[in-house]
Design a protein around this ligand. Sequence first.
Ligand code: ADP
Ligand code: MG
Ligand code: ZN
Length: 484
Amino acid sequence: MKYEPVIGLEVHAELLTKSKMFCGCEVVDSIAAKPNRYICPVCTGQPGALPVINQKAIELAVRVGLALGCEIHTESIFARKNYFYPDLPKGYQISQYDQPLATNGKIQIETETGIKDVRIRRVHLEEDTGKLSHADGHSFIDYNRSGVPLLEIVTEPDLRSPEEVKVYATKLHAILRYLDVNSGDMEKGVIRFEANISVREEGSDQFNTRTEIKNLNSFRALTQSTEYEIKRQTEIYQSGGTVEQETLGFNEATGKTYSQRGKESAHDYRYFPEPDLPPLIVEQGWIDSIRASLPELPEAKTRRFVEQYELKTQEARLLTAEKALADYFESVVEKSKSSPRTVSSWIAGEFMRHLNDLNIDVTNIPVPAEDLAILIDMVTDKKVSGNSGKVVLSEVFKNGGKPDEIVKEKNLAQVSDEGFIQETITKILNENPKEVEQYLAGKETILQWLMGQVARATRGKADPTLARELLIQSLDNLKQQQNG
Ligand code: ADP
Ligand code: MG
Ligand code: ZN
């Protein structure tokens, strides 16, 4: 019997507002800021303190709702979700329940199995909790995060593999960054995932009991835990057992999920409308003006890049995965006389490799677009070889500096002097009679080896097209001499 996974994802994203969801306290970096300095009676749940809705948070939530193709409800309701936990001083979280701000959206994803729509069930607003940490047998609580605006984005159970989960999560992450509503800084916990997972016999349209993995803070944790959980549930069914409805945690060190709470101890949140807040009314005119101000999103940008710059979809998708990278690419193209495809392949290749190696975020690219344009143009103009170009780029990343100056300093200018290259080739052929013999006997791979020798002797500076031509000519001459 074959089993297939059924997965629904809940994503919590902190919104990039200056102040908190229901009070005027500043939203601060949860790692850098001193604990418990940005708090007030409202966000620490003092009796009698009254919440006031942050308009900016609503605006950002509407942006997300619109970008995901949701219906935005002009009236929605905040509710109390009651439960006790030390990071929640009020004893309840203000959230939205049966009347959320936005419903019925979708995100289109593409995986190896094709293109599909993942339906978004709802997008609603709530407030973040404080942050607990444990060390040396003590527990610490920081309420700076308490009351930070949090957006929850919930899918229908439409995902069918860990790959789909990852592609969906990555795309949503990119959209949130494009919209400027979330920093995307996952290490700081500003985006957290919850995966709801069940498995069923392939071909069945029944939904089986699901488990929910809480608090996944990285794409890696999300995919690993999902894979583990699918395997665990599949094995239970295969051995004739039943899956229990549970809330699970994920241990990154062991790669395993573990039970936090069973069905019996599931929370009964006793939701009811928040008595201290009126219904949230958003006017249609405001929604329309927010819609009009939406930026070009990854999907549309990819299509435009394919048309405008004649890129392949794959190339365009890589460049548009992050807005900052897409902007950088366009800026280099504008400043360079090389073709957009040439620029694209430089960025997708060597350039991304350096960013990854040095762990540099695309919002922080240390090479001015103009400098990369100059470097690429030097290669296009054959002033330096492609290989030397790579050396220069690596130098720019390591120590900074202007490409044209590095070429001078390192004496990397390409040599197109036929006489000089021919001289080098003749010398190499004289010094390697055995290899020449093999080539003439039909072993063609020797040509590449000889090209390598030329590159070495000229320290990568010889114009490779010219060098290749001259080398083939010289070898042909030798062949004729041999035959004649
Ligand atoms: P709750 O409101 O209790 O959190 P929901 O029914 O609203 O539960 O679903 C929460 C998430 O779980 C949604 O993303 C949904 O798609 C997903 N989900 C619901 N049923 C299943 C199932 N049988 N298998 C996998 N995911 C599911
Ligand atoms: Mg849930
Ligand atoms: Zn406050």
